[in-house]
Design a binder for this molecule. Structure first.
Ligand code: ATP
Ligand code: MG
Length: 290
């Protein structure tokens, strides 16, 4: 089905990022609730057509570890690009860990195990479609009402990546050392970002910069990622399998860092993959849903 701006009613604002704004919307013809992300776009019609063409590929993505994509269109006199995707009721892992922090809790290891497994399976799927995510971080991992964990905001459109990069001012905390040193993106770079994500979600604060040195310039931060010892996941509730998984994610040399397929064989994933977990119940508790 073709997505059209006039078919959508805005319900509420969900969040704002460096490049876009996300709103909860109703798609009137189908009655489906969706999330609509709007991004300011390159004014060149050729570039715009290329972006829309590249994005249309995402409609064919079909995995329970990937946020479904319904379609994209230009609006506001072709000044903004809107992307319509599956609405994930429980929000992002960033929303969830901040909520856990406000409630005085932390996300425990079993859930971390499920997050690691879901992200690796999502990355394996994307890789099978020749897509590298490029922006793994807690705000780009979403959770549904059922407790499913899914990836969003991945790099399907090279043209869109370029046009956002021109104006990009966001964080670079999650960038792998090889990227800082100018090497091309590879699946292993996403695994580095997964390591930092697991630390952040488990400790209720970003893994970098390390606590105690908050005011780093961007150059100092990039130097830290390339040259200083990597952060470790801490806490007496964390098993040695989990600690090792994160340490493997954060191997600095990309040639020694496994891709998502091999990470799925790690003892940390094995430890939790067959343990039944009521993630829907967990989410209900986190958001205090009836
Ligand atoms: P950045 O722009 O730095 O990457 P971000 O990922 O938080 O940050 P957006 O991708 O614009 O920025 O998303 C903003 C917020 O909107 C997210 O943090 C999340 O809370 C919410 N959000 C995004 N997509 C969805 C979705 N499909 N369903 C539900 N909530 C969503
Ligand atoms: Mg995002």
């Amino acid at each position: 089905m073709e997505m059209k701006p006039e078919d959508l009613d805005i319900i509420k604002l969900l969040g704002e990022g460096a490049a876009g704004t996300v709103r909860k919307v109703l798609h009137k013809p189908t009655g489906l609730i969706m999330a609509k992300k709007t991004i300011g776009t390159d004014p060149n019609p050729k570039v715009q057509r290329q972006i829309l063409r590249e994005l249309s590929f995402q409609k064919t993505c079909n995995s329970s570890y990937i946020v479904s994509f319904y379609g994209a269109f230009l609006e506001d006199g072709d000044t903004t690009l809107s992307l319509c995707m599956e609405y994930c009721e429980a929000g992002s892992l960033e929303d969830i860990y901040k909520r856990a922090r406000d409630l005085g809790g932390v996300i425990g290891e079993p859930v971390l195990g499920r997050i690691a497994e879901s992200v690796c399976k999502g990355l394996v799927y994307l890789h099978s479609q020749r897509v590298i995510h490029r922006d793994i971080k807690p705000s780009n991992i979403l959770v549904t009402r059922k407790g499913e964990i899914k990836l969003c905001d991945f790099g399907v459109s090279g043209e869109l990546i370029n046009s956002i990069a021109k104006t990009f001012t966001g964080t670079k905390y999650y960038m792998a050392p090889e990227r800082i040193q100018g090497a091309p993106y590879a699946v292993q770079s996403d695994i580095w970002s997964l390591g930092l994500t697991l630390i952040e979600v488990s400790q209720n604060r970003p893994a970098l910069p390390p606590p105690g040195q908050p005011q780093l310039s961007i150059i100092e931060l990039l130097d830290l990622i390339v040259r200083q010892p990597v952060p470790v996941i801490q806490g007496s509730h964390i098993s040695k399998e989990c600690r090792n998984f994160v340490a493997v994610c954060l191997i600095k040399n990309p040639r020694d860092r496994p891709g998502p397929g091999r990470m799925l064989d790690h003892p940390f994933i094995r430890k939790w993959e067959d343990v039944p977990m009521d993630l829907a119940g967990w989410i209900k508790e986190v958001w205090n849903w009836k």
